[in-house]
Ligand binder design. Structure first.
Ligand SMILES: *[C@@H]1O[C@H](CO)[C@@H](O)[C@H](O)[C@H]1NC(C)=O
Ligand SMILES: *[C@@H]1O[C@H](CO)[C@@H](O)[C@H](O)[C@H]1NC(C)=O
Length: 204
C-alpha cells in the first residue's frame, strides 16, 4: 500500500515536471513567439507544438543534423501578422521564406543578426516602414527580395557592401532616393528598382 502511494506520487511528480522537461529549445521559443502573433486560417502551423523538445519536426521548419533551424518555408501560406524580433535569434537560419502572405508591420532590425542567412524572401506582403540598414550585416546573403510591399524611405547605402548578393528586388514599393551605382547594385537591372514613385535614376 505504501509502495503504491509512493509510486502514484512519483507519477504525479513526473507528470507535473514533464511539460517543463520537454519544453522546446530557444530556437523553438523564437519560432513560437512568431506563431502566437500570426493568424493562420489555413492551419499551416498546426504541427507547431511548443511542448516538443525542438521544432525540427514542425511542418515548414527544417533543421541541420545538429537540430539547429536552417529553413523556415512559409511562402504562399495565407498567414497574416507581423514579423517578431525574436526571429533574429535563429542564428543558424539560412532561408527565411515568408513571401506571398499578408504580413504587415515593419521588418525588425533584429533580422540583421541572422548571420548565416542566404535568402530573405519577404516579397508580396504588406510590409511598411524602412528597410533596416542592419540587413547589411548579412554577409552571406545571395537573395534579397522585398518587392511588392509598402516600404518607404531610401535603400540603405550599407546594403551595397553585400558582395554575395545575386538577386535583389525592391520593385513595387514606395521607396525614394537614388540607386548607388558602385558595388553589387550596379549589376542589377532597373526592374529591381521599378515602380517606386520616387526613386531617381542611378547616382553619377
Ligand atoms: C498558393 O497556394 C494555393 C493553395 O494554398 C495554391 O492553389 C496556389 O497554386 C499557390 N500559388 C503559388 C504561386 O504557389
Ligand atoms: C510596374 O507596374 C506595372 C503596372 O502595375 C506592371 O505592369 C509592371 O509589371 C510593374 N513592373 C515591375 C518590374 O514589377
Amino acid at each position: 500500500m505504501a509502495l503504491l502511494r509512493f509510486l502514484s506520487s512519483l507519477l504525479l511528480v513526473i507528470a507535473t515536471a514533464a511539460p517543463l522537461a520537454s519544453a522546446t529549445n530557444s530556437e523553438g521559443e523564437a519560432l513560437y513567439a512568431f506563431r502566437i502573433r500570426l493568424s493562420d486560417p489555413s492551419n499551416v502551423l498546426q504541427s507547431w507544438d511548443p511542448t516538443l523538445v525542438n521544432p525540427c519536426t514542425w511542418f515548414h521548419v527544417s533543421c541541420d543534423n545538429q537540430n539547429h533551424v536552417i529553413r523556415l518555408d512559409l511562402g504562399n501560406s495565407s498567414i497574416s501578422g507581423s514579423i517578431v524580433p525574436e526571429l533574429g535569434r535563429l542564428k543558424h537560419l539560412q532561408y527565411l521564406e515568408l513571401y506571398r502572405n499578408n504580413i504587415y508591420g515593419e521588418i525588425p532590425k533584429e533580422l540583421g543578426n541572422l548571420k548565416n542567412l542566404v535568402s530573405l524572401d519577404l516579397f508580396e506582403n504588406k510590409l511598411e516602414g524602412h528597410i533596416p540598414k542592419s540587413l547589411a550585416k548579412l554577409k552571406k546573403l545571395k537573395f534579397l527580395r522585398l518587392n511588392n510591399n509598402k516600404l518607404t524611405g531610401t535603400i540603405p547605402r550599407e546594403l551595397n557592401t553585400l558582395k554575395n548578393l545575386k538577386v535583389f528586388d525592391v520593385s513595387n514599393n514606395n521607396l525614394c532616393g537614388t540607386i548607388p551605382i558602385d558595388g553589387p547594385f550596379a549589376a542589377f537591372s532597373p526592374q529591381s528598382f521599378a515602380n517606386n514613385s520616387k526613386i531617381n535614376g542611378p547616382e553619377i
